[in-house]
Ligand binder design. Structure first.
Ligand code: NAD
Length: 503
């Protein structure tokens, strides 16, 4: 199989050249055992391309390339040098953003105009951010221990870092990890998800063009249980950063512990509450919460998948919510349509998983499908489309209330007072994010303190900012990404003790 293929996206009148190999040492290469993975377009079910899948041996080659690059070139660069390279990368991503967005649309089913292009804006923002942060966040400390001694605390890159990312924001999740890690001075071996590897392979060329030396960024598509576990178990990787499900996160941590005790960061699942108090601006709450649960077809780790509404405004909230979603969250079989807000879910596996929850809920719960049945019917004949759906009066004991569905399915539950709202919000093993709606600043403040979550949005939802730390409490993960933490997570701390006693 060839290492490149011309791919046509007729809806955009676009033809581009897609790399299909593993990206090691700034070159695309075949896998050592010729293994490949085929990827298809979830909005049509049609195949797009086959690309090479890394074996254990390939992972080892990529790690060797990263180690050599770290020793020979990358560890000798200054933070300012790295910032300049990231700024060149910014220009290249900007130049190619329409193509990268198109790739993520066909490969993951993201609506092009209302979603995929937005991901690219965020990638640009964070590339600009880390290009500037590169020579500003590496800070140390001077400790005057006593008259005979002082200590210097210095930060150093780990060296070789492995990263594993999921399929819901293919190019963006990779960029959340790569840019800060490179700014901090590490070399990387990154594995994209097996069903959405195309955009990162395309972007790999831009790192080379920007001037990143060979071996600094290596991209190794492949299966989780082969390439992913080879990374987690590798004896010459200093740190692993993972985004994906809690179940796989636990495996990564255990493999890291049982191999060389490499440092671990985990960004895992969520079941985030959105809490609507009776004095909130309901129109605003409806707008934010519908985005929080239906954007990206609900495939968001921070999705507002549990919507908690105070008794006295419950009925009016539901009425407004149903009307707003029907008018603003259109499902469309054409993901390049400017009015398509809801595309398919990413794959047949994900479709079956989400529909399993919907069917389970339908047995006992009251539910509403919020889109025109004819359009829904037309979409489901083409690809893996699931319309925005809500379940009403869902008890906290329900599987739908407790488990991460990861599709456009919201569960709505009533509460009668502040204490019950907090208790329901915290009634989950996850703790990634929460949203709260109220016009009373004291209620908002108290809730922000009482909820056990890494991010709290007050009168908004699902608005990540590249300058703010992001990560989870409880089983939503360990560590933080983005902002200052986006570099901090990729640096070791060394303490140098200086004996200055008189001879
Ligand atoms: P997943 O855990 O199945 O896969 C994620 C990645 O791990 C993929 O690249 C996969 O190939 C790899 N993997 C799978 N098995 C592996 C193994 N045994 N060893 C090593 N690697 C392995 O998750 P997914 O279904 O791709 O993504 C959805 C999940 O990701 C959801 O739970 C979602 O909440 C979570 N997520 C979290 C965040 C966050 O920042 N907290 C962001 C996006 C998605």
């Amino acid at each position: 199989m060839s290492l490149f293929k011309d791919i046509i996206v007729p809806e955009l009148n676009l033809t581009y050249n897609q790399p299909l190999g593993l990206f090691i040492n700034n070159e695309f290469v075949k896998s050592s055992d010729d293994a490949t993975i085929e990827t298809s377009n979830p909005s049509t079910g049609e195949p797009i391309a086959k690309f090479y899948a890394a074996s254990h041996k390939d992972i080892d080659n990529a790690v060797k390339a990263a180690r050599l690059a770290y020793q020979e070139t990358w560890s000798k660069t200054t933070p300012a040098d790295r910032g300049i390279l990231l700024s060149k990368l910014y220009d290249l991503i900007n130049e190619h953003k329409d193509v990268i967005a198109a790739i993520d649309s066909i490969d993951s089913g993201k609506p092009y105009h209302t979603n995929a292009l937005g991901d690219l804006e965020q990638i640009l923002e964070l590339t600009r951010y880390f290009s500037g942060a590169s020579d500003k966040y590496v800070k140390g400390q001077y400790i005057p221990v006593n008259n005979d001694k002082y200590a210097l605390v210095v930060r150093e890159p780990f060296g070789v870092v492995a990263q594993i990312v999921p399929w819901n924001y293919p190019a963006a999740m990779a960029s959340w990890k790569i840019q800060g890690c490179l700014a901090a001075g590490n070399c990387i071996v990154i594995k994209p998800a097996e069903n959405t590897s195309l955009s990162l392979l395309y972007m790999a060329q831009l790192f080379k063009k920007a001037g990143f030396p060979p071996g600094v960024l290596n991209v190794v598509p492949g299966y989780g249980n082969i390439a992913g576990s080879a990374l987690a178990e590798h004896m010459d990787i200093d740190k692993i950063a993972f985004t994906g499900s809690t179940a796989v996160g636990k495996k990564i941590m255990s493999m890291a512990a049982l191999s060389n005790l490499k440092n671990v960061t985990l960004e895992c699942g969520g079941k985030s509450p959105a809490v609507v108090f009776k004095d909130s601006n309901l129109d605003e709450a409806v707008k934010w919460i519908s985005m929080g649960i239906f954007y990206n077809s609900g495939q968001n780790c921070t999705a507002n998948s549990r919507i908690l509404v105070e008794n006295s405004v419950y009925d009016v909230f539901i009425k407004k919510f149903v009307k707003y979603v029907a008018e603003n969250w259109n499902i469309s079989p054409n993901i390049f349509d400017k009015n398509c807000q809801v595309g398919p879910v990413v794959s047949k596996v994900q479709y079956d998983r989400v529909i399993g929850y919907v069917n389970e809920g339908k047995k006992t719960l009251n539910y509403k499908c919020l889109n025109n049945p004819e359009t829904v019917n037309e979409c489901s004949k083409r690809g893996y489309f699931i319309p925005p759906t809500i379940f009403l009066d869902v008890p906290s004991t329900s599987k739908l209330f407790q488990e991460e569905i990861f599709g456009p399915v919201g569960v709505i539950t009533k509460f009668s007072n502040y204490d019950e709202a907090v208790s329901l919000a915290n009634d989950t093993s996850y703790g990634l994010a929460a949203a709260v709606f109220s016009e009373n600043v004291r209620v908002i403040n108290q809730f922000a303190k009482d909820v056990r979550a890494g991010t709290v949005w007050c009168n908004s939802s699902n608005e990540e900012e590249v300058s703010c730390p992001f990560g989870g409490y409880k089983m939503s993960g360990i560590g933080r990404e983005l902002g200052e933490s986006g570099m901090d997570a990729y640096m070791e701390t060394k303490c140098i003790h200086m004996n200055i006693s008189n001879l």
